[in-house]
Design a protein around this ligand. Structure first.
Ligand SMILES: Nc1ncnc2c1ncn2[C@@H]1O[C@H](COP(=O)(O)OP(=O)(O)OP(=O)(O)O)[C@@H](O)[C@H]1O
Ligand SMILES: [Mg+2]
Length: 255
């Protein structure tokens, strides 16, 4: 099972959009996928058109339910472990626990039968984000095409190194995903160039700006359902091809 966190400390850079559409596209290719929403904003369920559910990740954290009991079927091959506002309170309780940075590993033992586990993360340094990064092997970082987002990505790298040192192990940054790319804007070319200089071939082909990508979650649909011929659908299908065909993680090469 590939365990991947989609993170980045800036808000609104396309983390959830990437998680939902990458998950959906992997599922369409026949892979069994589980998305775990670790953000208290609980956007993934909304984006997938799931409006009511009883249990969420918050119940797992307070040991009221097992992770596998909270899973909702979202699409064929695609399941969701949803978040809720209650996650905010549950996180506060987590602060008091021992080995609190590695609680996900303990609570998610029953999650099997999936080829991909994608964790959507909040745009903040929280115990939930640290747990997500301690749990996964791979990290994907969306970076929107603005100079501030570039700075955010660099800060994030430093932070990831600190976490790895503290935990004695670390997830590997496998992909940097340029988002909100607009080739007519000079800043897009500049940020993309800077990313490629720093991260080399870990930078994927960009996801272009596409209003249909911003409309799809409001309709509770993935981009492949909402606008299958759109730029967004083309770009996320291409990203998915990259993800599905990349070589397995070489643990010796981790930073
Ligand atoms: N390539 C794109 N083109 C146009 N709009 C986009 C694109 N990607 C995402 N959006 C829209 O931008 C907004 C922010 O995207 P998204 O929610 O994926 O970001 P996020 O990083 O998860 O945000 P947060 O940090 O709040 O969790 C959403 O309304 C989304 O629909
Ligand atoms: Mg989000």
């Amino acid at each position: 099972m590939r365990k991947i966190a989609i993170v980045g400390f800036k808000g609104g850079i396309g983390k959830t959009t990437t998680c939902v559409n990458l998950g959906a596209a992997l599922a369409l290719r026949g892979h069994r996928v589980l998305i775990v929403d670790t953000d208290t904003q609980a956007n993934v369920a909304i984006a997938l058109g799931i409006n009511s559910f009883q249990k969420s990740l918050a119940d797992v954290l307070i040991r009221k339910a097992k992770a596998e009991e909270c899973i909702l079927p979202a699409r064929q091959n695609l399941d969701l472990l949803p978040s809720s506002l209650a996650l905010f309170k549950a996180q506060q309780r987590m602060v008091l626990e021992l080995a609190r940075e590695e609680i996900f590993s303990e609570l998610f033992v029953g999650l099997d039968g999936y080829e991909y586990l994608l964790l959507d993360c909040a745009p903040s340094v929280s115990l939930l984000t640290v747990n997500a990064m301690a749990y996964v092997d791979e990290v994907f970082i969306p970076v929107s095409m603005e100079l501030l987002a570039l700075a955010g990505a660099q800060q994030f790298l430093e932070y990831l190194k600190t976490i790895s040192r503290t935990l004695g192990k670390g997830a590997t940054i496998r992909l940097i995903i340029p988002t909100f790319y607009d080739p007519r804007r000079r800043v897009s070319l500049r940020v993309l160039g800077a990313l490629e200089k720093t991260f080399g071939d870990r930078v994927t082909k960009p996801i272009r700006v596409d209003t249909q990508l911003s409309e799809a979650p409001g309709a509770g649909k993935t981009i492949f359902e909402y606008a299958p011929r759109s730029r967004g659908a083309v770009d996320y299908a291409r990203l998915t091809e990259t993800v599905a065909t990349m070589p397995p993680l070489d643990r010796d090469k981790t930073e």
